[in-house]
Design a protein around this ligand. Structure first.
Ligand code: AMP
Ligand code: GLY
Length: 422
């Protein structure tokens, strides 16, 4: 079978790497892909949101399964467009993808089906939002309804900050139409963790829990980023807690959507806060996490293509799936200046030395081949990932590997996974 992966970051490199291990697969294409993906897949220069061209490509190449990485094509309806042409694709429909595409839609599902989440009010009028903020305690969280490239959530420590956030989103329209409506939400405290679950709308298979590191610098200091690293499993997520998350969050969400006549198929990403009152939903994403995928998929036991086909065909209950023992840690190597402005085109050295190691993989996020040399092409450049029997050994191993790789201006966090050690 031929498989097409849509996207071109570290998450997609990991998908391609895992898909490449499936005996069901003869050839892999990736649109648009990147410098590392090009070693395992044929990269096709089609943008991830150019749905018409992706459909045409899948038809002309007789692609047997398409796997979508990013949220944008999903919320634009790529799955519906593929299905209309009789093409198989792994991911939720446009309607189901609203679970990520609209925080208001998501919150309404959570409230309606009694799923634990922070208290919140929804506003489409700026003055009403302002009046509400003035009656609330701080800190408080202001969220744009729509997709905002991960920037639409503002944690306000004071009333002034909260009011500024309301205006930034609703008046200045910093995130465009995403700011037509907002949520003003209770600030939750605790440890954050995520669970990715495969589901065909009926059977739900949670993968190993993981935790990413959003701040740029060690000890969770500095600005927010797309993610500076991740580890799995999360020791705080014991059997009892996992059972509770399944019973109180994952199952009622999928069943609630079904009640609304929405069959959710694909991967559901639950971003959770482990509060003193139990796990609560911060957000759902309609796709694999980045960089969580870099640690979750390598620990997935079994043939991911078989599982994805079963999801697509509504028979996930018929395949055996599970998680390998052991742990994985991913450290993101970023360009100097990231998450602010940064230079591209710096030559990357040392990666060949990692090639022969079977407990280390460098997933490429922003790389490109230029004049025969591998160069930086993004803010997050590489996600170096190591696997071992436990987190401590995976941490030691990943930093040994990171020491071998260099490029001009490279920076990374030195404390990825430390939280897991308590
Ligand atoms: P979201 O896109 O909704 O997950 O928000 C992005 C990040 O903002 C989350 O990963 C949390 O770190 C933080 N966040 C979102 N909602 C809340 C909340 N209600 N309380 C505290 N932190 C939050
Ligand atoms: N790592 C967070 C996300 O993928 O949304």
């Amino acid at each position: 079978m031929k498989v097409l992966v849509v996207g071109g970051g570290g998450r997609e490199h990991t998908l391609v790497w895992k898909i490449n291990q499936s005996p069901l697969v003869d050839a892999i294409y990736c649109a648009p892909g990147n410098g590392g993906i090009a070693r395992l897949a044929e990269c096709v220069p089609i943008k991830d949101d150019d749905i018409g061209s992706l459909v045409d490509f899948a038809k002309s190449e007789a692609i047997g399964l398409t796997v979508v990485g990013p949220e944008l094509p999903l919320t634009l309806g790529i799955v519906d467009a593929f299905h209309k042409e009789g093409l198989k694709i792994f991911g939720p429909s446009k309607e189901a993808a609203q679970i990520e595409g609209s925080k208001v839609f998501c919150k309404n599902i959570l409230f309606k089906y009694g799923i634990p989440t922070g208290a919140a009010e929804i506003f489409d009028d700026r003055d009403e939002a302002v009046a509400y903020v003035k009656g609330q305690e701080t800190p408080i969280v202001v969220k744009a309804d729509g997709l905002a490239a991960g920037k639409g959530v503002i944690l306000a420590d004071s009333q002034e900050e909260a009011l500024a956030a309301v205006d930034l989103i609703m008046i200045e329209r910093a995130f465009g139409d995403a700011g037509e409506r907002i949520l003003i939400e209770e600030c939750l405290t605790g440890q954050e963790a995520s669970i990715l679950a495969l589901t065909d709308g009926e059977t739900i298979v949670p993968l190993v829990p993981s935790q990413d590191h959003k701040r740029a610098y060690d000890h969770d200091a500095g600005p927010n980023t797309g993610g500076m690293g991740a580890y799995a499993p999360v020791p705080a997520m014991n059997e009892r807690l996992l059972r509770q998350i399944y019973d109180d969050i994952l199952e009622p969400t999928i069943m609630g959507l079904a009640e609304e006549d929405i069959t959710y198929r694909g991967v559901l990403y639950a971003g959770l806060m482990l509060t003193p009152e139990g796990p609560k939903v911060l957000e759902f994403n309609c796709r694999f996490g980045d960089p969580e995928t870099q640690v979750v998929l390598p620990l997935y036991k079994g043939d991911v293509v078989e599982a994805m086909l079963a999801v697509e065909e509504g028979r996930l209950g018929t395949v055996g799936v599970g998680t390998d023992r052991g742990a994985a840690v991913c450290v993101v190597l970023a360009s100097g200046g990231y998450p602010g402005s940064y230079r591209k085109g710096k030559e990357i050295r040392g990666l060949e030395a990692l090639d022969g190691l079977d407990d280390v993989v460098a997933f490429h996020a922003g790389t490109t081949m230029s004049d025969g040399k591998l160069c930086t092409a993004g803010g997050r450049v590489l996600g170096v990932t190591a696997f071992a029997n436990d987190i401590q050994r995976a941490i030691d191993r990943v930093y040994e590997a990171v020491d071998i790789v260099t490029f001009d201006g490279m920076h990374y966090r030195k404390d990825i996974g430390r939280r897991a050690l308590g």
